[in-house]
Design a protein around this ligand. Structure first.
Ligand code: TYD
Ligand code: MG
Length: 460
């Protein structure tokens, strides 16, 4: 047998190297290169599933066609029956696509899949392969969650070769692999979970899926420990990657698209993990706000845009005299550099100095904000805490701040205002350019184009 070729692969971004080096040249991460033994030439078996093709997928991929001649009939999306999951996928599962569901162990990936698949299996042939749990454990869980158990086919197996053998016979429309870290591919010598195994197993399975038009769902654990291949290695092999994350230690889980060839990224789905399994949260704005509380200094509500919908979130700031020489700036759920910039804008254009204060900022509920529309709320939360003056509970603000103290418009202004009105907010301070033509009933909407106009509106 030919000698195995040795390569090095970055576990963060999947870049290849022929020699080991301390830092990845692509993503600049340190100590992420892992050895990868590729089975060479003759020894490496290439599966051929083309004979198994059922839809037009395999055939059409290897023939030249005009774009307009491509048959789109088969491209109807398959709804999973869980609205929040479908939303993140961009409207359901696309035939022939490979989807990766990532998350920390215990996030609820297996639960989410079992719940959706038991229902999907009523309509389509589905094969759920578990390499982690025994079939008894899966059945017990399904029974406890009171799921329909009669239609779902399950298999406890970790060899991708055996899995595709079984799949060839039963021809499932959806094939679920839980999880890719325990799978092993033929002719790869390293241990399951290593970069080589994860990559080769995933390549084997995606090849099967593409050639037969099967929907492939891979589960991947995210670990902080670099010794396990992170799902990053897989990202270029798959069509969509979604992450299931727990927000803090609360029972809420957010599902987010990191990459999606068939839909918007950064779409957010929210679930609650109950003793009866994962339940969809249809109105997520309501869970990130604690409505019953008294107005408190440092708390400001804003509307961020998550994928295709608005989300109301609460920012909390604590500003306190610094006891050490160097004031601290800590932002949780927000970019720390953005906070520093906003404090500089506040000093220069609002005349409020925080250079002798520690500033802590937190987004309630463990949400991560990547948008600049939370700038104004950040600034006002800091001012509110510094002055110890609460902002009324039924006020909401949003807008991006420029370095000259101007308040810049943000996308989807009208929808944001409507969402706030729907949740009972009575007053909004927003960028002038975002002013809706007809403000919602019962809500006063104030437009400001500069920071001083915001302060003016607050003092009125
Ligand atoms: P699981 O789906 O096994 O996580 P993953 O596959 O991502 O590793 O979920 C396990 C966690 O979910 C576990 O901590 C227990 C909790 N859980 C509930 O709270 N309620 C339930 O009904 C179920 C099935 C799990
Ligand atoms: Mg699991």
């Amino acid at each position: 047998m030919a000698k195995a070729k040795i390569q090095f692969v970055c576990t963060e971004c999947g870049a290849d190297y022929t020699k080991w080096q301390g830092q990845c040249g692509e993503c600049k991460a340190w100590n992420t290169l892992k050895e990868f033994r590729e089975a060479t030439g003759v020894a490496k078996r290439q599966p051929d599933f083309a004979a198994e093709k059922r839809t037009g997928f395999a055939g059409t991929l290897s023939q030249i066609q005009k774009l307009s001649d491509v048959d789109l009939e088969d491209q109807v999306r398959i709804a999973t029956g869980m609205g929040e999951f479908d939303r993140v996928l961009g409207g359901g599962l696309v035939p022939g696509s490979a989807v990766l569901i990532g998350g920390h162990p215990g996030a609820g990936k297996s639960t989410l899949l079992l719940q959706t698949l038991c229902y999907l299996a009523q309509r389509l042939p589905v094969l759920y392969v578990s390499g982690e749990e025994s079939v008894q454990q899966i059945a017990l869980r399904a029974q406890r969650l009171k799921l329909p158990m009669d239609a779902l086919s399950i298999l406890a197996e970790t060899s991708v070769e055996s899995i595709t053998e079984v799949a060839k016979e039963t021809a499932p429309r959806i094939l679920v692999i839980d999880s890719i870290q325990v799978m092993h591919a033929p002719d790869v010598e390293s241990a399951p979970g290593s970069v080589s195994q994860v990559r080769e197993s995933a390549a084997w399975l995606t090849r099967y899926a593409k050639q037969t038009g099967t929907i492939l769902i891979l589960v991947g654990h995210v670990t902080k420990d670099g010794s396990l291949a992170g799902p990053k290695v897989l990202e270029h092999m798959i069509d969509a990657s979604v992450m299931l994350e727990s927000s803090g230690d609360s029972r809420f889980r957010t599902l987010r698209a990191i990459k999606n060839r068939f839909g918007a990224v950064n779409e957010l789905g929210v679930f609650a993990m109950l003793d009866t399994g994962l339940k969809e949260v249809k109105n997520p704005s309501s869970i990130f706000l604690n409505k019953n509380q008294e107005a408190s200094p440092g708390s400001v509500v804003t509307v961020v845009w998550e994928g295709t919908r608005p989300l109301l979130i609460e920012l909390q700031a604590l500003v306190d005299g610094t006891s050490m020489g160097h004031p601290r700036r800590v932002a949780v759920g927000l970019d720390g550099n953005r906070l520093t910039m906003i404090l500089a804008i506040l000093n220069r254009h609002g005349g409020i100095f925080t250079g002798d204060q520690d500033v802590f900022l937190n987004v309630v509920g463990g949400v991560r904000v990547t948008e600049t529309s939370a700038d104004l709320a950040t600034l006002l939360a800091v001012v509110s805490s510094l002055r110890d003056r609460p902002m009324p509970r039924d006020w909401v603000v949003f807008g991006e701040l420029g370095l000259n103290g101007e308040l810049r418009p943000v996308p989807n202004g009208q929808e944001r205002v409507l969402e706030a009105a729907k949740h009972g907010f009575r007053k909004a301070i927003i960028p002038k350019a975002n002013l809706p033509r007809n403000p919602p009933k019962g809500m006063e909407v104030i437009g400001a184009s500069r920071l001083d106009e915001v302060f003016q509106a607050l003092s009125d």
